[in-house]
Structures are given as structure tokens and as C-alpha cells.
Write a protein that binds this ligand. Structure first.
Ligand SMILES: NC(=O)c1ccc[n+]([C@@H]2O[C@H](COP(=O)([O-])OP(=O)(O)OC[C@H]3O[C@@H](n4cnc5c(N)ncnc54)[C@H](OP(=O)(O)O)[C@@H]3O)[C@@H](O)[C@H]2O)c1
Length: 255
């Protein structure tokens, strides 16, 4: 038996597509053949993502979306659905971090992280899944959580709580949406090398962290391609409610 991953004729909405993982995921889906809608707050940065995708022969549309604002999400999902005809795949990737001790964390910072990483994902998924249910053609939702949704680390209580909530939300959504042929799975990346964390991982603390990863290296963006395509495509047709860690074994590091 052979498995081919082909998203030709499919459509995808990627939140947080203006940088980092989201920009990468949008490119991966486009290269697999999907037409993509790129969503985030910074439309200038989204336009750069679109240029990158179009340069490799892909097709992308930009919509402004703030996942913490219900009206913005409703408008953006309506625009995305209209532009694509429908949405087959949602990649719920928009997220923010806050590094702060639990005791020093203020209400505003806590709310920003939870509103974006948990409530925002639920809000976008609900808007998309209602339309998927109504047109009766199903779909695939991939929630980008983190290994911090499965284990904790210091100074990251709001982030870990939101990602833990997102892992649980994934299972709850999978249970309720399977009857509409909507699959919902979570991808939990470990530490992935990006421009933003390059300085940290070049320093002593970063090098010490990498030594605790069983595979002794950071993840590369390309390490996420296969797992993303598995969850987003028919290759994962019998997967829903799954939580897939892609972390070089970090979660099973020795205590
Ligand atoms: N990098 C890693 O090692 C790693 C590991 C595990 C999980 N993750 C997860 O992967 C996702 C992407 O992270 P990243 O490392 O690529 O970070 P990043 O480069 O900072 O990207 C975050 C993205 O989220 C968007 N975003 C933030 N707040 C938003 C809002 N209110 N509305 C709409 N979009 C919003 C940002 O776009 P705008 O600012 O333009 O709105 C940006 O495109 C996050 O969910 C993160 O938790 C990352």
C-alpha cells in the first residue's frame, strides 16, 4: 500500500501565518496543492507570506484577523470561506508567549495568553466548524499546541495552562464534531529553531536545554511537515482526538 499526500483541490485557513511556524505551515500546505488563506493581525507580513507562496507556484489570499476579537474572527472567517468557496482544513496556529513567574504574573498578561492561545483557537474553530457542519462536507482542524501542553516548565504557567487547555479542547471537539466528519487533532511541537530564539539557543542556557533533548538537537521547521500533512490530509482519515508530539523525544527525557 502506498500513501500519497495530495491536497490539490483542497483549501486551508492558517492563523498566525505572518511569521514563524504559521508562515511555514501555509507554505507546506500550498506546496501540497492547497489554496490557502493567510490570517493574522499584521497584513503587511501576511502579504510577504503570500509573495513567498506565489513564488513557488502556490495560491494564497490574505485576511486580517485578531483571534481575540469575536467580530474580527467572524468577518475574517466569512471572507476566507467566500474567497475559497469553503474551508477544508483549519490550522489553528496563532499564539503568544509570556515568560513570567507565576507570582509576578498580572491579570492582563494572563488574559492575553489564554485569550489568544486557548479562547482564540476555540473561537476560530467554532466559526469554521459551524460552516463545515452546515455545508455537510466535513473537514480537518489541526490545533497547534506544544509539549508545554503536556509537561510544564518554569516561568511559563499561563502558556502551559493555555496549551494544556488546547490539548483537552482538541479531544472535546473531536468527540462532538466526528458526527459531522470533522476531524480535530493537536500537533505538539517541541523546541523549534526560529529566528526569534536563535540568540537564546546560542547561549549557555540554550545549549544546556538542547542536551536534555534525547535526539540532542532542536527541531527544524521541516520536521513538522510530515506530521502536519498527516493530520490535515486523508492520510490521517481515521485520526481524530489525537495528540501528536514532534519533539525529538523531549517529553520522554530522563527525570
Ligand atoms: N517556535 C516554537 O518552538 C514552538 C514550539 C511549540 C509550539 N509553538 C506554537 O506555534 C505557534 C506559532 O509560534 P511561532 O514560534 O511561529 O511564533 P511567532 O513567530 O511569534 O508567530 C505567532 C503568530 O501568531 C500570530 N498572532 C499572535 N496573536 C494573534 C492574534 N491576537 N490574532 C491573530 N494572530 C495572532 C502572529 O501574527 P500577528 O502578530 O501578525 O497577529 C504570528 O503570525 C504558536 O501557537 C506557538 O505556541 C511554537
Amino acid at each position: 500500500m502506498s500513501v500519497t499526500i495530495d491536497l490539490i483541490g483542497r483549501t486551508a485557513l492558517v492563523t498566525g501565518a505572518s511569521s514563524g511556524l504559521g508562515r511555514h505551515f501555509a507554505g507546506v500546505l500550498a506546496r501540497a496543492g492547497a489554496r490557502v488563506v493567510l490570517a493574522a493581525r499584521r497584513t503587511d507580513a501576511l502579504a510577504e507570506t503570500r509573495t513567498i507562496i506565489e513564488a513557488t507556484g502556490g495560491s494564497a489570499v490574505v485576511v486580517a484577523m485578531d483571534v481575540t476579537a469575536p467580530a474580527s474572527v467572524a468577518t475574517a472567517v466569512g471572507e476566507a470561506w467566500g474567497a475559497l468557496g469553503r474551508i477544508d482544513i483549519l490550522v489553528n496556529n496563532a499564539g503568544v508567549t509570556a515568560t513570567r513567574s507565576f507570582l509576578d504574573m498580572g491579570e492582563e498578561e494572563w488574559d492575553r495568553v489564554v485569550d489568544t492561545n486557548l479562547t482564540g483557537c476555540a473561537r476560530v474553530a467554532r466559526a469554521v466548524a459551524r460552516r463545515m457542519r452546515d455545508d455537510g462536507k466535513g473537514g480537518a482542524i489541526v490545533n497547534i499546541a506544544s509539549i508545554l501542553g503536556l509537561r510544564v516548565a518554569g516561568q511559563l504557567s499561563s502558556y502551559a495552562s493555555a496549551k494544556g487547555g488546547l490539548v483537552h479542547l482538541t479531544k472535546a471537539m473531536a468527540l462532538e464534531l466526528a458526527r459531522y466528519d470533522i476531524r480535530v487533532n493537536a500537533l505538539c511541537p517541541g523546541y523549534v529553531a526560529t529566528e526569534l530564539n536563535a540568540d537564546f539557543f546560542a547561549g549557555e542556557a540554550g545549549k544546556a536545554l538542547v542536551k536534555r533533548i534525547p535526539q540532542r538537537r532542536l527541531g527544524r521547521l521541516a520536521d513538522l511537515d510530515g506530521p502536519l500533512l498527516l493530520l490535515a490530509s486523508d492520510a490521517g482519515a481515521y485520526m481524530t482526538g489525537a495528540v501528536l508530539a514532534v519533539d525529538g523525544g523531549h517529553l520522554v527525557s530522563s527525570l
